[in-house]
Write a protein that binds this ligand. Structure first.
Ligand code: ADP
Length: 310
């Protein structure tokens, strides 16, 4: 088995000009490796090229140049094997309203050439909590149930890599937790997961590795913990007893932000300024501390700092 689940090299995509719109370069030579067994987040602002990348992986969009290997199979040289190695859960809830979940699963299995004896329709529907709806028309399913059916469909051929495009957009918290629990379980059983999400908190919690793309280029790719520590910034939040009267003179490199509730947020690099120096400065300004807390940077901070620097 390969170490990398997905290997993308020099991937470019130019959408041809049409009618009113000019030709658009969506990907400028993207290089990306997704380790086998990971839960990998593909993040970026709107228009960054995430869907284009995912649609190329899914075989829905043809690349302009570059190579894509899925589970070691080159998409051009081994189209059948590379397609069999991946399942994609699309963003849109595009289901045939007159199909029942059972029928939708059977059709999908047929498309992937899964022999009848190897089909796991009931097992998969049960895993996503839809077994009792197996014979209901898709049009009678709620949005959350449709989303689960899309995941079930992507699993019919037991793909090694499962790609989820914004799987929890517009999904309520309860269902979101259920989906993530199931995705984690699939990952524990060996499926490599790639997901895009607008919820950075969710990406931070779920993904062990994250790539950030912007304007069709890779701008960061690292383990989530490394990305977070890269910020090398902490915030000390001090709530004073009363409005400060003294002059607060801060060590170099420390920034001060006054919160709406009057708290003083001091952002510093722990490697350069010890927290003690901040407390000394606060005491020297005759500020009496009512409360004190520290805040670590989160993925949102990393994301903003990386994409805004572009
Ligand atoms: P993301 O998923 O990160 O929001 P997309 O991959 O959808 O980004 O889009 C990348 C860029 O390609 C955007 O500028 C978008 O307008 C353009 N684009 C996407 N799809 C098409 C298309 N079918 N035709 C022309 N341009 C497109």
């Amino acid at each position: 088995m390969p170490d990398t689940a997905i290997s993308i090299k020099g991937l470019t995509k130019t959408y041809a000009a049409s009618g009113r719109s000019e030709a658009k370069v969506a990907l400028h030579g993207l290089d990306l490796e997704v380790p086998r067994g990971s839960i990998f987040g593909l993040l970026g602002p709107n228009g960054a090229g995430k869907s284009t990348t995912i649609n190329i992986l899914a075989g829905l969009v043809t690349k302009t140049s570059g190579t894509v290997e899925i589970w070691g199979f080159d998409q051009d040289r081994n189209p059948r094997q590379s397609r069999a190695a991946i399942g994609v859960v699309p963003q849109e809830l595009n289901l045939d309203p007159f199909f029942t979940p059972r029928a939708a699963m059977e059709v999908q299995a047929g498309l992937y050439g899964v022999p009848k004896s190897q089909r796991r329709t009931e097992e998969i529907l049960s895993a996503v909590g839809l077994l009792d709806k197996a014979d209901a028309y898709a049009r009678s399913l709620s949005g959350g149930m449709r989303r689960r059916l899309l995941i079930a469909k992507a699993l019919v051929h037991t793909p090694a890599v499962l790609v989820l495009d914004e799987p929890t957009a517009g999904v309520d918290i309860e269902l979101r937790q259920m989906l993530w629990a199931y995705v984690r379980e699939l990952n524990r059983q060996g499926t490599t997961i790639i997901l895009t999400t607008h919820y950075l908190e969710e990406a931070q919690e779920m993904c062990d590795r994250i790539a950030i793309i912007n304007h069709g280029r890779l701008v960061a790719c690292d383990d989530t913990s490394n990305l977070l520590s890269r910020m090398n910034a902490k915030t000390l939040v001090i709530t004073p007893e009363s409005a400060p009267t003294g002059n607060l003179i801060l060590p170099e490199g420390v920034t001060l932000d006054t919160r709406p509730n009057g708290a003083l947020a001091l952002t510093y690099s722990p490697g350069e300024t010890p927290a003690e120096a901040l407390l000394d400065a606060v005491r020297a300004a005759n500020i009496h501390i009512r409360d004190i807390a520290t805040e670590e940077p989160d993925l949102e901070d990393v994301f903003v700092s990386i994409t805004q620097a572009q």
